[in-house]
Ligand binder design. Structure first.
Ligand code: LLP
Length: 422
C-alpha cells in the first residue's frame, strides 16, 4: 500500500498535490511519502515480532538523509556497502551499534572508519578480506566484529544482474568452504566472530528461495554453535520484492511467517535475526515527477519525450524494468489508450522509461508520475550528458519539504581542476 492517490482528477502524495510540487520546485523531482515509508517499516517490523530482530535498511536503495532519518526515528539500523554510506547513516542518526557493513570490496580506509565508529558487524565476503580486517583491527588495537557472508548457491529467480546467491556470482563464501573459513576467523585474536550472513538477490517474488537459503545458513549456524562458536546474529539479507506491475511478491507477513516457522524448527537458537530490506521499504514510497517536453512520432512509434531520463532513473534501461506511469492530471473517462514510448533527452536509444506502453493521450506540458521509484531511483542517478541530478522532496500529510536541492550547473565541474599546461 502507498499514499499516492487521485483526489478528484489530481494525483496527490498524501495531502499534497504533485502538480503543486512541480510548479514550485520544477521537474524532474523525486517525491517520497513519509507515511508510506513508516507504514512499510512498521509492517516489516511487526512481521518479525515473534523473534528477536534488527531491521537494517539497505542504504543503497535510498540514501537521502531525510528518508534515513525517518527510518532512524523508527529504530532502524543500516546495511551499508561503503564509507560514504557509513557516514550518511551516522549523519541521519542511525547508531553505529545498528550498522552492518556488506560488500565484496571494502577498502582499508573504509574498514578503519567503520571500526573507529564501532559498527555492529562486518559481513565478510572472502578470506583475503578477513585477513585485511584482522590486520586493520590489530593496527587500531581493537577487535573487529565479523560475520561470514555465505553463498548458499540458491537460484533466487530474479534478473541475473541482481541475483547474488548463485555459485557463479562474486558474492559470499561458498557454503562448503564456510566451516574452514570460520576456523581461520577464530584463529585471529583481533576478530570477534559474532554472526553468519547471506543475501541471495533482490526483487524476489517468491518466498521459497529465501527460505531454502536461510535453512542452509541456520543449519550451519547450529553446527557452529554446537562447536562452541559464540554466534549472536543471523543476518538473512534483504531481497523481498515489490509489485511494479503484475508481480505477486510475498507480503512482509508471508515472509516473516516463513522465516519464523523455519527458525522454530531449529528449536531455541540464541540468535538475533538481522534483515537488510531496501526496496520493500522505499520502492513504493517514491515517484519520479516529470514533464512532457514534446510529442513526436515516426512511421513506427509515438513518443513522449519527457524531462527525466536514464540518468535520473536507470532501472528501465539497465534491467528492462517496468515502472507504472500515471498522468498527474487524470484524463476524462472512456478515453482511448494509445501505445507510446516514454523517452528522455539522453542521446542513447536505450534511454527510455517505458516502451510500447498503453497510456491515455497526454499533451505536451503535462506532468507524469513514474511510480515505484523510491528505491534504486535517485541513488543510481548520474550526471550523464551533463544533466543535473534531480531534486528530492519529502511529504508528510499536508506538508512538503525540499530534502535535496536540484543540482546547479556549477556542480558539474565543482571537482574538476585545470591542468597547469592548458
Ligand atoms: N543486502 C545486500 C547485501 C544487498 O546486496 C542488497 C541489494 C540488499 C541487502 C537490499 O536488497 P533489497 O531488499 O532492496 O532487494 N539496483 C537494483 C537492485 C540492486 C540490489 C543490490 N543489493 C535494482 O534497481 O533493482
Amino acid at each position: 500500500m502507498d499514499h499516492f492517490d487521485y483526489r478528484g482528477d489530481d494525483l496527490f502524495c498524501e495531502g499534497v498535490s504533485l502538480a503543486r510540487i512541480a510548479e514550485e520546485l520544477g521537474t524532474p523531482t523525486y517525491v517520497y511519502s513519509q507515511a508510506t515509508l513508516k507504514r512499510h517499516y512498521g509492517v516489516f517490523d511487526k512481521a518479525l515480532a515473534a523473534v528477536p530482530h534488527l531491521i537494517c535498511f539497505s542504504v543503497k536503495a535510498n540514501s537521502n538523509g531525510a528518508v534515513l532519518r525517518t527510518l532512524a526515528r523508527m529504530g532502524a539500523g543500516a546495511d551499508i556497502v561503503s564509507g560514504g554510506e557509513l557516514m550518511r547513516a551516522l549523519r541521519a542518526g542511525i547508531p553505529a551499534s545498528r550498522i552492518v557493513f556488506s560488500g565484496v570490496g571494502k577498502r582499508e580506509d573504509e574498514i578503519a572508519a567503520a571500526l573507529k565508529q564501532k559498527i555492529l558487524l562486518f559481513n565478510v565476503e572472502s578470506t583475503s578480506e578477513l585477513r585485511t580486517i584482522a590486520r586493520v583491527a590489530e593496527e587500531l588495537q581493537c577487535k573487529a566484529p565479523v560475520a561470514l557472508r555465505v553463498n548458499p548457491d540458491v537460484d533466487p529467480g530474479t534478473h541475473p544482474y541482481i541475483a547474488t546467491g548463485l555459485r557463479k556470482s562474486k558474492f559470499g563464501i561458498p557454503l562448503h568452504h564456510a566451516r574452514e573459513v570460520y576456523e581461520q576467523a577464530l584463529g585471529f585474536s583481533s576478530l570477534e566472530v559474532r554472526g553468519i550472513d547471506c543475501h541471495i538477490g533482490s526483487q524476489l517474488t517468491s518466498v521459497g528461495p529465501l527460505v531454502e537459503s536461510v535453512g542452509h545458513v541456520v543449519e550451519l549456524a547450529q553446527d557452529l554453535l554446537a562447536r562452541g562458536v559464540n554466534l549472536s546474529y543471523l543476518d538473512i539479507g534483504g531481497g523481498l520484492g515489490i509489485r511494479y506491475s503484475d508481480e505477486t511478491p510475498p507480503t512482509p507477513d508471508d515472509y516473516g511467517a516463513a522465516v519464523v516457522t523455519l527458525l522454530k524448527q531449529f528449536g531455541q537458537l540464541p540468535l538475533t535475526v538481522i534483515t537488510e530490506p531496501g526496496r520493500v521499504i522505499a520502492g513504493n514510497a517514491g515517484v519520479l515527477l516529470t514533464r512532457v517536453l514534446y510529442r513526436k512520432s515516426n512511421e513506427q512509434k509515438e513518443f513522449l519525450v519527457v524531462d527525466a531520463a536514464m540518468n535520473d532513473l536507470l532501472r528501465p534501461s539497465l534491467y528492462g524494468s517496468f515502472h507504472g506511469i500515471q498522468p498527474v492530471r487524470r484524463p476524462g473517462e472512456r478515453v482511448e489508450l494509445e501505445l507510446v514510448d516514454v523517452v528522455g533527452p539522453v542521446c542513447e536509444s536505450g534511454d527510455f522509461l517505458a516502451q510500447e506502453r498503453p497510456m491515455p493521450p497526454v499533451a505536451e506540458g503535462a506532468l507524469l508520475a513514474v511510480m515505484s521509484a523510491g528505491a534504486y531511483g535517485w541513488s543510481m542517478s548520474s550526471n550523464y550528458n551533463s544533466r543535473l541530478r534531480a531534486a528530492e522532496v519529502l511529504v508528510s500529510e499536508d506538508r512538503h519539504a525540499l530534502v535535496r536541492c536540484r543540482e546547479e550547473v556549477a556542480d558539474l565541474w565543482r571537482h574538476e581542476r585545470d591542468a597547469p599546461w592548458l
